[in-house]
Design a protein. Sequence first.
Length: 208
Amino acid sequence: MIEVHHLNNSRSQRILWLLEELEAPYKIINYKRDLDTNLAPEKLKTIHSLGKSPVISIDGKVIIESAAISTYIIDQYAPSGFSPDQNDEDYYKYLELMHYAEGSAMLPLLLLLYSSSLGENAEPLMGRIFSEINLHIGYLSECLGDNEFFFRNKFSGLDTMLSFVLEAAKISDSLKTFPNLTNALDRYQSRPAYKKALEKGGEYILGS
Ligand SMILES: N[C@@H](CCC(=O)N[C@@H](CS)C(=O)NCC(=O)O)C(=O)O
């Protein structure tokens, strides 16, 4: 069975949500952020040397990175047609957005988070950070268009992957000029599997 090494208030929540959507069997092993540093506890490094969450283990095999973990879970547990196979003409389009979430879209949102601790000293960076956030969130808005879901208007691993980006963007009010993304996030958060994952995962400030 999959063991999810789950950190409170973290990207690991999107993995619990995906597992709930697919009704896959899994066990949560909880880790708590340090109250002063907000970092993961050292013992997470006994699972993988980076000490980041999400990380899953299955029969001694360890997988890190949300996109790789999501792909593994989908390959193992999703019904056929849930995601495109390699022969599908849109396979690489799907792969692109799956990796875009962490590879590109999260970067300016993380810069904003980290630079906020610098107070006024971060001021010179803010214009560039916000223009990058706007660029990436604008791109996601364009990708979604009038659809409800990111891939062929059908729920997929892209929605669980991109949900964290939307949740992080909402914190800095960066979704407000993109009503299609605001509505998508509301729809995600009202799904029964999302709520069930929240109950199981515990503290998650981005989910409110
Ligand atoms: N790109 C990685 C990011 C993993 C990551 O940075 N996770 C954060 C939580 S959202 C973490 O473990 N932070 C705790 C720490 O750095 O100590 C993924 O998507 O899995």
